[in-house]
Design a protein around this ligand. Structure first.
Ligand code: HEC
Ligand code: HEC
Length: 258
């Protein structure tokens, strides 16, 4: 196995440095705006690094996931409008990393912070637990897809620009923090790619940003459409679109499903 945990950590630290550099080169105003000071940042780093190597407890993660289900739904499937992303089946490492980035203000997600804050404050074990719980949830069998026009062009764009990291079928790569993007809702993909291209999503992988710089709006549509149609392995999806997460009682109120 070439993916030793040393290499994983190394890679992670490199990515973290990247985030930090961007962070420190930013203005003091930004630090105040995001309400994170250097000491808190160092604490957060430690929390996240420990979360990645912790042995998760799925039962505890289940309880913590109640903080998330209001928006992401008990199944973790998000909404087909793409307002809330599907997070079920995402790699644990990616979930942990995204939680950190949202916390650092590298992603504009102010609505989620009040819910993620208390979990992160519980420490690295809690972060590992909730991430592990989410990653083992079965994925939605039918996500929303694009218009189905020029799928060949979408495929071409994907293979030339994205496959090297997100892999053949959009399954990503856990130890490199490359997200699983297969089976994700079309509008969410589109929005993220716009935000990555325009720099609104500031945590984005530098190479990916370069890749996307030359994409027209139509290219973004076409590649998002193609990606939304990449199917996760059958073992990862729920048997039916009507599957309900048995860990939640009937009538649990989630955000409107639009
Ligand atoms: C108030 C609603 C809300 C709550 C509660 C919430 N989230 Fe989110 N979350 C969002 C939204 C909206 C996005 C997408 C933001 C964007 O478009 O950048 C998101 C994005 C994410 C992402 C990134 C997804 C990706 O594919 O990159 C992860 C991971 C995540 N949430 C995990 C959680 C966890 C874990 C919890 C509970 C501790 C939680 N969320 C609670 C609204 C919420
Ligand atoms: C050099 C590796 C690399 C390349 C090439 C790359 N990505 Fe990514 N991608 C990443 C990483 C790492 C992340 C997670 C962190 C971030 O936002 O950069 C990501 C995040 C994403 C996300 C957000 C996922 C989520 O759940 O929020 C989408 C969508 C995405 N990439 C699509 C693409 C598409 C489409 C292409 C080709 C046009 C592409 N990427 C090229 C590495 C890459």
């Amino acid at each position: 196995m070439h993916n030793s945990s040393g290499e994983v950590m190394n890679n992670y630290l490199k990515r973290l440095m990247n985030v930090k550099m961007k962070f420190f080169f930013s203005t003091v105003g930004m630090v105040l705006a995001f309400n994170v000071n250097a000491a808190q940042l160092a604490d957060l780093d430690v929390t996240i690094q420990q979360a990645i190597s912790a042995t998760p407890n799925i039962e505890k993660g289940k309880a913590l996931y109640r903080n998330c289900a209001v928006c992401h739904s008990p199944e973790g499937w998000g909404t087909s409008s793409g307002h809330f992303p599907q997070i079920a089946g995402q790699h644990k490492s990616v979930i942990i990393k995204q939680l950190e980035d949202i916390q650092l203000g590298n992603r504009d997600n102010p609505t989620m912070r009040p819910f993620a804050d208390p979990v992160i404050k519980l420490g690295s074990q809690a972060v590992a637990d909730v991430a592990a719980y989410i990653s083992q949830l079965p994925m939605v069998p039918e996500n929303s897809v694009g218009y189905g026009a020029q799928l060949d062009r979408g495929k071409e764009l994907y293979e030339e620009n994205c496959k090297q990291c997100h892999k053949e079928n959009g399954e990503g790569k856990a130890d490199k923090f490359y997200p699983r993007i297969q089976g994700q809702h079309f509008n969410y993909l589109k929005r993220q790619l716009h935000w990555i291209k325009t720099g609104k999503r500031r945590n984005a992988d530098i190479k990916m940003v370069k890749q996307l710089r030359d994409f027209s709006l139509q290219d973004i549509d076409l590649v998002s459409d193609y990606v939304s149609r990449l199917r996760p392995d059958k073992s990862l999806t729920a048997k039916s679109i009507h599957w309900k997460n048995p860990d939640f009682r009937k009538g649990f109120r989630a955000a409107p499903r639009n």
